[in-house]
Ligand binder design. Structure first.
Ligand code: FES
Ligand code: ZN
Length: 321
């Protein structure tokens, strides 16, 4: 049997093959290089500064758990808390909560848990049967984005880090290209700075790592990660798009890396120019939601979060006005 050696150290047995860069690595070299790549992403986008108070959005999944672990290792002295939003998905949410509690203990970091049911009196399942049909996933995205920002703002945090990786980003970009959604294409970035006093800047340090790299990293570091999938996300459009993109990667291993590099280096500057020349700069007007007072792009109307809450009000007793 031929045992291939790690391309980096030349000593240990290679266990991970990174097809996009044609590299076979041992677990030690793989985890080290992964951390270096994340550090490189953070530094090249100036995502973190020493005096930041960082909130890490955790879900119990491989991406956000790897993110919290890597950030903790790279920036030991950084003021950092983990934030978990419990959406009340039967079985799944409590399973994930246990994982993030174990992770927080492992890192010795504070964990802030926000329960939708406890705080607002409804769960994500209550969104079904409204205009969202049977799949609450897009409402779930809106609720999580709103709550992570609100929690971070209320806690006085200066940034929120999320576990969005390369696969998530390529899937979202691919969708926006197909829809011709230029504004969203321009807005999707590794670092979203502050554009309003109540908007906490967002960073995506894992944007250069693939799903499988995050999975291997979490496995090799022995991180507590969930063994269940959300029952609502099965067969969702984003999952199907990801599967489709993976079939391209089987034929062209560097496809996702090339896609994202072309977008950020070549296409995005042109899109920005085009929008500016049409007088539609990237900055959208921001208004205060008349219900919750948080920022929204909707003039004189409730924000997307308050709209969802209003929809559910007729179904269950919601705890907000
Ligand atoms: Fe959001 Fe399943 S975690 S719908
Ligand atoms: Zn609102």
């Amino acid at each position: 049997m031929i045992v291939s050696r790690c391309r980096r150290c030349g000593v240990n047995r290679a266990e991970v093959y990174l097809a996009h860069s044609n590299l076979s690595l041992c677990p030690e070299c793989f985890t080290l290089l992964t951390e270096r790549r994340v550090r490189h992403t953070i530094e090249s986008h100036k995502m973190i500064s020493r005096d930041d108070r960082l909130g890490v959005a955790v879900s119990g999944g491989k991406d956000s758990s790897s993110l919290a672990y890597i950030l903790h290792n790279l920036y030991e002295k950084l003021d950092m808390v983990l934030i978990y939003v419990d959406l009340g998905v039967p079985e799944y949410s409590s399973h994930c909560l246990k994982k993030v509690e174990t992770l927080a203990k492992m890192l010795g970091r504070e964990l802030v848990v926000y329960s939708l049911e406890r705080e607002l009196g409804f769960t994500i399942g209550d969104v079904r049967g409204t205009i969202y049909g049977k799949k609450p996933c897009s409402a779930c995205g809106t609720i999580k984005r709103y709550l992570f920002n609100k929690i971070a703002y209320d806690l006085g945090l200066t940034k929120i880090a999320t576990g969005h990786n390369l696969d998530d980003t390529v899937e979202a970009l691919f969708n926006f290209y197909i829809e011709g959604n230029v504004k969203s294409l321009v807005r999707l970035r590794p670092y979203l700075p502050k554009t309003h006093p109540k908007i906490v800047p967002k960073i995506k340090p894992l944007i250069g790592l693939t799903d499988i790299e995050c999975y291997y990293y979490a496995e090799y570091k022995g991180l507590p990660i969930r063994a269940l999938e959300c029952q609502f996300s099965k067969g969702s459009r984003s999952v199907r798009r990801k599967e489709l993109l993976n079939t391209i990667v089987e034929k062209i291993p560097s496809f996702k890396h090339t896609f994202i590099n072309s977008h950020y280096k070549r296409i995005l500057p042109l899109l920005e120019q085009a929008l500016k020349s049409q007088g539609q700069g990237e900055e959208t007007e921001i208004y205060d939601c008349p219900i919750c007072g948080m920022p929204t792009s909707l003039k004189g109307m409730p924000c997307h979060f308050c709209k969802i809450v209003n929809m559910i009000k007729g179904k269950v007793e919601v705890k907000v006005s």
